[in-house]
Design a binder for this molecule. Structure first.
Ligand code: TXA
Ligand code: MG
Length: 518
C-alpha cells in the first residue's frame, strides 16, 4: 500500500468564507482575503477536505440542492486557483437529531481516512467553532481554532489548551512550520527551557500578548531583556509563574484579598503586585520593594515555565513604547534578532495586556487597566479598587505602566471624536470600533464590525500595526464605549496617541498636510 498522506480538514463558513448566516446562492460567497493563498500552501503537502455542518437543511431554511450548488461553485473557484478539495462532507441535521456524524464526532474524518488512506496522526482540522477543533481529538488530528467567523463569539467555550489563529492564512503557515504538531511544540518548549536555564531570551505566547522572557532569578539574563527592548531600567517587569509555590518563593505575604482574586482569576490575565522577598533581583523590580506576578493560562507559557523550573520575568515582546505583539510574526517584525528562540503559539486569544492590581496596601489599586475589567475584579474582591489618575513623572508613579505614552505606532496616531473629518484624506488611516457605513478615502480598519468589545481587543494591535505598515501621514482613531474592555482599549489608544489627552475635536487643521505633527 502507498505511504499514507496527511490531510487538512476544513470547516466552511467562518473558516474559508465569511459566515453571513444561511447561504443559499453562489453569489453570496465571500472568500477571506487569505483563503486562496492558505489553501495553495496546504495543498502542496496535504489532502484537503471540507466538513461543514448545515443544520439549515434539517430546519428547512435551505435545501440540500442549494448547499450542493454552493459547494460546487466554491469548488470551482478553488479549482481555477489550482486547489483541489478531495471531498465535501455535509452534515444536514440539527444537533438534537443526535446523528453520529455531527461534529465533534470524528465520523467524517474516519470515513475520509478509510477511503483515502490518511495518516490521521499528522493531520489537522481548522475551524471557527469549538466543535471543529474538538472533532479531531479522539483520532489524534490536531485542531486549530480561528478567530474569524464565530471564533470570538464562542471563544469562552474553547478549552485554554487549544491554539488560536487570526485567520486561515496564519493557521496554514503554522501547520507548514509544525508538521508534527505536538512533537514540534514539545521540542521548541524543551529548547526554550534550556535557553532560559542558560541565561538566554525566549519569546513566547501568552493569552494576552507575546512575552520576551528570561530566568527571573538571573540578573544578567534579565538585563538582556532591557537591552533587547530598549526599555528604561526604571520600568519593572512582571514575573510569570506556573504554580502557587513559585509565588511563595517570591513574596513574603499573600494578603486575604489577593487570595480571593488568585482563587478566581489565576491562571489568567491578572497581574498582582506584592511586597517582594529579598531574593528577587533588583533589576526585575527596578529597585522597587514590590514585585508584579502573574500566572498565565496559555498552555505553552505554563509549560515553558514548568520546564524551565524557574519563574520567568517577561515584558511584552516589543520595542519599548511601541505596539505590543499578538502573533509570532509581530514579534519578528520588531525583535527578530533579539531573542534566542521564538515559540510560535499562534495568536493571543485576548490580545490586550493583563490588568495590573496592587495588593500591597489595604486598599487595592488599579495600576494598569487590562483584559479583566475593574467591574469583574471589584465584584470578586468584594471591595472597591482605587483607580488613580495617570502620573507623568516616572519618579512619582506607583507603576510605570501608568506612563501616559506607550504602545505607540511609528505613524503618529491621533484620537478624534469623528473620523469623518478625514474622509477625504487618502494619506490618513482610520481606526474604528464598529461598522458605521461611512466612506473614507484612506485605509480603514474596523476592530469589530458587530461592535463586540472582546473582538475589538483581540484585533487592536494587529489593526494598529497594519495601518502603521502603510507609510501613512497619520492615523486617526475613534474611542470605544468607556466600559469593561472598552476602558482598557481606550487606555491603550490614548497612550498610543500623539496627544496625551483626548481632543474633543481633532479637526483637519490639527493634522496639516506636509507639516510635522506635534
Ligand atoms: O499581559 C501582560 O501583562 C504581558 C504578558 C507578556 O504577560 N506583559 C506585560 O509586561 O505587559 P510589560 O512589561 O509590558 O508591562 C508590565 C507592567 C508595566 O505597566 C509595569 O510598570 C508594571 O507591570 N509593573 C511591573 N512591576 C511592577 C511593580 N513592582 N510595581 C508596579 N507596577 C509594576
Ligand atoms: Mg464555521
Amino acid at each position: 500500500m502507498d505511504k499514507q498522506k496527511p490531510a487538512v480538514f476544513l470547516d466552511r463558513d467562518g473558516t474559508l468564507i465569511e459566515d453571513v448566516g444561511v447561504l443559499r446562492h453562489p453569489g453570496q460567497i465571500r472568500l477571506f482575503p487569505d483563503t486562496i493563498e492558505a489553501l495553495r500552501l496546504l495543498d502542496k503537502n496535504y489532502l484537503l477536505f471540507v466538513i461543514s455542518n448545515q443544520p439549515g437543511i434539517s430546519r428547512k431554511q435551505v435545501t440540500c440542492r442549494q448547499v450542493t450548488g454552493l459547494n460546487l461553485a466554491l469548488d470551482d473557484i478553488l479549482r481555477k486557483n489550482n486547489i483541489r478539495i478531495q471531498k465535501w462532507f455535509v452534515y444536514p441535521h440539527v444537533r438534537t437529531e443526535e446523528c453520529r456524524c455531527i461534529k465533534p464526532n470524528p465520523f467524517f474524518l474516519q470515513q475520509a481516512a478509510a477511503e483515502y488512506g490518511i495518516d490521521l496522526a499528522h493531520s489537522f482540522m481548522i475551524g471557527d467553532h469549538p466543535h471543529d477543533v474538538y472533532t479531531g481529538d479522539p483520532v489524534g488530528v490536531f485542531g486549530l481554532y480561528l478567530l474569524t467567523g464565530h471564533g470570538i463569539r464562542h471563544i469562552d467555550d474553547l478549552s485554554s489548551e487549544k491554539l488560536v489563529f487570526h485567520s486561515i492564512g496564519h493557521a496554514a503557515a503554522w501547520i507548514t512550520k509544525h508538521p508534527r504538531h505536538k512533537e514540534d511544540l514539545e521540542e521548541s518548549l524543551r529548547n526554550g527551557a534550556a535557553i532560559v536555564k542558560n541565561g538566554g531570551l525566549v519569546a513566547f505566547p501568552t493569552e494576552t500578548v507575546y512575552g520576551l522572557g528570561a530566568d527571573a532569578s538571573n540578573p544578567q539574563a534579565v538585563a538582556r531583556i532591557y537591552e533587547a527592548k530598549g526599555r528604561p531600567l526604571h520600568n519593572p517587569l512582571i514575573v510569570h509563574i506556573s504554580d502557587i509555590e513559585q509565588l511563595e518563593s517570591l513574596v513574603d505575604d499573600i494578603p486575604l484579598t489577593a487570595r480571593s482574586l488568585i482563587d478566581l482569576f489565576w491562571p489568567g490575565p491578572l497581574t498582582l503586585v506584592f511586597r517582594k522577598k529579598r531574593c528577587v533581583p533588583d533589576i526585575v523590580t527596578a529597585g522597587h520593594p514590590t514585585v508584579a506576578v502573574r500566572m498565565p493560562i496559555h498552555p505553552l507559557a505554563a509549560k515553558l515555565i514548568r520546564l524551565s523550573e524557574t519563574p520567568i520575568a517577561a515584558p511584552s515582546a516589543n520595542i519599548f513604547g511601541r505596539t505590543s505583539a499578538t502573533s509570532a510574526s509581530h514579534v519578528l517584525e520588531q525583535l527578530h534578532n533579539a531573542c534566542d528562540i521564538l515559540i510560535d503559539g499562534g495568536a493571543c486569544r485576548i490580545g490586550l495586556e493583563s490588568t495590573v492590581v496592587s495588593v500591597v496596601d489595604r486598599k487595592l489599586a488599579l495600576l494598569r487597566p487590562g483584559s479583566l475589567s475593574i467591574e469583574e475584579l471589584e465584584m470578586a474582591a468584594g471591595t472597591d479598587i482605587f483607580t488613580g489618575a495617570p502620573v507623568t513623572d516616572p519618579d512619582k508613579m506607583q507603576s510605570p505602566g501608568m506612563l501616559t505614552s506607550h504602545y505607540q505606532t511609528v505613524t503618529p496616531l491621533y484620537i478624534t471624536n469623528d473620523a469623518l473629518y478625514f474622509s477625504d484624506r487618502p494619506d490618513v488611516g482610520i481606526l474604528l470600533f464598529e461598522n458605521t457605513h461611512r466612506a473614507f478615502a484612506g485605509p480603514v480598519r474596523t476592530l469589530s464590525p458587530s461592535g463586540n468589545l472582546k473582538e475589538a481587543a483581540a484585533n487592536l494591535y494587529t489593526a494598529m500595526r497594519s495601518l502603521d505598515s502603510l507609510g501613512l501621514y497619520a492615523i486617526v482613531a475613534e474611542l470605544l464605549p468607556e466600559k469593561g474592555l472598552g476602558f482598557a482599549i481606550n487606555d491603550r489608544l490614548r497612550k498610543a496617541s500623539v496627544k496625551t489627552h483626548i481632543l474633543h475635536q481633532t479637526s483637519r487643521a490639527a493634522i496639516p498636510r506636509g507639516a510635522e505633527p506635534q
